[in-house]
Every structure is written in structure tokens, then in C-alpha cells.
Design a protein around this ligand. Structure first.
Ligand code: NAD
Length: 460
């Protein structure tokens, strides 16, 4: 196959050595398009590598990608290039496609003329779903399949099975349809799911004033951090949170808050240090997973869990967000992405926290230490290697299933994906906890409702 890679930043450079080893002998030609030009490749490719030093734009897309055909695979790891336009082009050309985020064209996230609802991931996903409806059985195009969004939706399915088996002690059949997965989640009584991530990686060189430091794209993080906070909205919720808004179009499964996600902090829990505060950053999986796990009777929604991202980034990124917020969200003049060797210790705890069931709360996910990631791939950090795991496993699924049209993570075979991602994920942990967002206050402060899993109780 011929591979075209758009964007050669943190994730793409971490992907490169694994792309080589996983698809050895299968790639005939690799074309890389990035405005910052030729970079040193860490691995030797046994195929020609063509560098194109330019930005992909709406105007030049047809020309730059004219060679795509049914033997091509387009990997989009850029920021600021519309996923909907790229997928649409690949569908016409017969090429397979994967990205790790449904991206809009540059400027969309910070367009002050756009309504907040139009700047949400809900709106970006609705646009992708409209295209999906037109492209049944087209070449497989996997959208939003990195670590999160991506692998975490498969973690959620595995977590549901683990809870079921721990409660009932017997192995029952694995759900095969969306309705069966939704029924399992409803029957177990899952009310809320956090994509609960705690990045504990420590930078060799601490953040300096005027600098944004992070373990993956700074442009990507600032972009999504400035979008409205957003979450899939569960049927158990009694009232909207302050500044909460419903959508007036589409499937109405999610809500947004009329403020940047990076300004909203939520209580959550991971096995790193137990309770912690995470940012309510909008993410595609909060919308897609909650939608996927919805039960209906006729047209009537009878069950849906609340799903949201609760992100505790590395300490230097938290300081960077604090500074960014203080500067009214105008980005710092300096940006520094931490690659593996810039990190002295720590790792990334990335998992799903399923709450409200008989066993209270259960976290399931990957703990990848940076030192382990470095041994697996010296170009990566723990964070970027978890994303690489989503890309590699997604590509393998697309090659095995070439004519599925546009596909979201939840529609894929979770066992296939997890088996193929597993070598890059470090330890897979599953831990129950008696933690809840109200327990830790020890009755000192009033709570929003007697139901401890109400969204408002998670808000700081
Ligand atoms: P990065 O900022 O390090 O790299 C982005 C690259 O895109 C840069 O090299 C930049 O030059 C290039 N680029 C910018 N505009 C372009 C254009 N018009 N045409 C071609 N290239 C262009 O970002 P990253 O950390 O590598 O992240 C890449 C993507 O992956 C982002 O969309 C990010 O949101 C996503 N991501 C997803 C996950 C996940 O788990 N799903 C995790 C991390 C990042």
C-alpha cells in the first residue's frame, strides 16, 4: 500500500518507527506533508519517503492528494486540517483513512463569530455522521482513533464485561450489537463514565514563565481547551449545571457549558494517587460513547450514561493552563513539547472510571511509564505511545475490514483492537474504589443532590 501522512509532529514522529516495524514490506511509498519540512527519520525505511513542505488547505487538498487510490492509506496526524473534507476526498478516491481527532480547518475553535454550540465536538461529530450516512460500504475511514478518543471506548467495553463477571461470577456471552452493550451498561446501573487520565510525567527542565509545556500537541491542547466544556448527558441527571446548554439540532445526547473546558475542574479518581482534579476538556469520545450506550424504547430514550473527560495533565501543563487562563486564553510565546528524553520520571494513567453500579466505581485502563515507553520506542513519551497504539491497531482493523465506510471506535471489534494495541500499553490495570465525589468532603460542605453521581457533585 502507499501511505500518505499529513502532519509530522509529536504523534507522527512517535508513530514512524512502529509504522515501519508493524507494516514491514507492506508500504510501497510513504509521502509526508507538513509545513515545517523534512525532518530526520529515526528509522530506516525500506521504501521511498517523499517530503512535501507545505500546509494542506481547502484549496490545495485535491492537488496534493491527487495520487490517492484504493491501494492508499491516508493517516491524518495534523492539526488545523478538516477531517470531514479529508474523509470525503478519500471516499471519492477509494482510499482508507484514519485520524485521532475530528479536526476542523484552522481558526474554527477560536472563531469569535461562531456560536459556542458550533465550536463543540458535538457539532464536528454531527457533520461527520451526516457524511457517514452518505458513505455506507465505502472504503474504511476510522475517525478519532488514538488513545482518547479511540482506545478508551474499547477499554469501556472491557470494563463493562469485567464488572459483569465480578458481580455475577459467570461468563455470559459478549454483547454483539450497540443495543446489547447499552443494555449491559443500563443493567449494571452505570450512571457516569469518566475518561480519567492522570499524566504524572516530570520534565527535566521545569516550565519557565511565558512557556507552554505539554507531553503532546500544545496547539491541539490549547485548541480543545478553549472550546466549550462538553459532555454526554445521562438520563439520571436532575438539572443542567451552571452555564449548561442543550443543543437544538442533531441527536441531543450531549450538553456544553458556555465556558472553556480548560477553566472547568472536576473531581475524579485514577490509580495514580487516587482522587484528583481533572479539566473538563471536550473530547469526541464523551459524545460518541454516551450516544452508543443509549437505550431506547421506540423513539424514547430510557437510559444514557453521562460521559466526560477528566484530564489531569502533567504538572507543567497545569501551570501552563493557569498562565494561559490568566492571559485571557492568549497563548504563550514559547511552546515546548516533552519527548521521552526530556522526562525524568512518571507515566500516563489513561483509563475509564465507571461509576454508580453495585460495586461503586471501577477504573480500567493503561499505565505506561515513560521509561517503559522509551524502551519500546525511543521517539515517544508514555502519552504519545498510547496514541500510537490506537493508530496502529486502528490501521490493522481497517486493513482487515476494508469496506466499512466511516467508522467510530465504538463500532469496531474491541477485542481485535485491544489485542493489537496491547504491546504498547504497558500495564493494564483494573481497580475498584469506594471513592465518590461527595465522600471526600466528609459532610463539611453541602452537596448538590442526594444522588452522589449527579454531575454537579463532580464540579470543583
Ligand atoms: P503537533 O502539534 O505536535 O503536530 C501537528 C503537526 O501538524 C505539526 O507538525 C504541524 O506542522 C502540522 N500541521 C499543522 N497545520 C498543517 C496543515 N495545514 N497541513 C499539514 N500539516 C499541518 O500535534 P500532535 O500532538 O502530533 O497531535 C496531532 C493530532 O493528534 C491532533 O489532532 C491531536 O489533537 C491529535 N491527538 C489525539 C490524541 C488521541 O489520543 N486521540 C492524543 C494526542 C493528539
Amino acid at each position: 500500500m502507499n501511505v500518505v501522512l499529513i502532519g509530522y509532529g509529536t504523534i507522527a514522529s512517535a508513530l514512524m518507527p512502529n509504522l515501519l516495524s508493524e507494516f514491514e514490506g507492506e508500504i510501497k511509498c510513504l509521502k509526508v506533508i507538513d509545513p515545517y519540512g523534512v525532518k530526520k527519520l529515526s528509522a530506516d525505511f525500506d521504501c521511498p519517503v517523499v517530503w512535501v513542505t507545505t500546509s494542506v488547505t481547502k484549496e490545495n487538498l485535491d492537488y496534493l492528494l491527487s495520487e490517492l487510490d484504493s491501494d492508499s492509506f491516508l493517516i491524518n496526524l495534523s492539526v488545523d486540517v478538516s477531517s470531514v473534507d479529508l474523509v470525503s476526498f478519500c471516499q471519492k478516491k477509494g482510499a482508507r483513512y484514519i485520524d485521532t481527532c475530528i479536526e476542523p480547518w484552522a481558526g474554527h475553535y477560536v472563531n469569535a463569530d461562531a456560536e459556542p454550540a458550533d465550536r463543540t465536538n458535538y457539532a464536528l461529530r454531527e457533520a461527520m455522521l451526516a457524511l457517514k450516512a452518505e458513505c455506507q460500504n465505502g472504503p474504511t475511514a476510522i475517525v478519532a482513533h488514538g488513545a482518547n478518543p479511540g482506545l478508551v471506548s474499547h477499554f469501556a467495553k472491557q470494563a463493562l464485561l469485567n464488572i459483569r463477571d465480578d458481580i455475577y461470577g459467570i461468563s455470559q456471552p459478549i454483547p454483539q450489537t450497540r443495543q446489547q452493550w447499552a443494555k449491559l451498561s443500563a443493567d449494571l446501573g452505570v450512571k457516569t463514565i469518566h475518561i480519567a487520565e492522570h499524566d504524572t510525567q516530570v520534565a527535566k527542565l521545569p516550565k519557565r514563565p511565558g512557556e507552554f509545556v505539554n507531553t503532546w500537541s500544545i496547539d491541539g491542547f490549547i485548541g480543545e481547551g478553549c472550546q466549550p466544556a462538553e459532555l454526554g448527558w445521562g438520563t439520571h441527571e436532575l438539572r443542567l449545571p451552571p452555564e449548561g446548554q442543550r443543543h437544538t439540532t442533531g441527536r441531543n445526547s450531549a450538553i456544553y457549558l458556555n465556558r472553556p473546558g480548560a477553566s472547568v475542574r472536576l473531581k475524579t479518581w485514577t490509580p495514580a494517587f487516587g482522587p484528583c482534579l481533572g479539566f473538563l476538556i471536550t473530547h469526541n469520545e464523551a459524545v460518541s460513547l454516551s450516544d452508543y450506550l443509549t437505550c431506547f424504547e421506540g423513539e424514547q430514550v430510557t437510559y444514557r450514561p453521562t460521559v466526560n473527560y477528566a484530564y489531569h495533565p502533567c504538572s507543567d501543563a497545569i501551570l501552563s493552563i493557569h498562565e494561559l487562563s490568566g492571559c485571557s486564553w492568549h497563548s504563550q510565546p514559547q511552546k515546548r513539547i516533552l519527548q521521552g528524553r526530556d522526562i525524568t520520571s512518571g507515566g500516563d494513567y489513561l483509563g475509564v472510571l465507571l461509576m454508580g453500579h453495585e460495586k461503586n466505581a471501577y477504573w480500567f485502563g493503561s499505565y505506561l511509564e515513560n521509561s517503559v515507553a522509551q524502551k519500546l520506542n525511543p521517539e515517544s513519551s508514555a502519552t504519545s505511545l498510547q496514541v500510537v497504539a490506537g493508530v496502529i491497531s486502528g490501521m490493522k482493523w481497517a486493513i482487515a475490514n476494508p469496506c466499512c465506510g466511516i467508522v467510530e471506535a465504538e463500532e469496531m471489534d474491541f477485542r481485535f483492537v485491544l489485542d493489537n494495541a496491547r504491546p504498547y500499553l504497558g500495564e493494564m490495570l483494573g481497580e475498584y474504589t469506594d471513592w465518590s465525589p461527595v465522600e471526600e468532603d466528609k459532610g463539611l460542605f453541602s452537596i448538590a443532590s442526594s444522588d452522589k453521581w449527579q454531575f454537579e457533585n463532580f464540579m470543583e
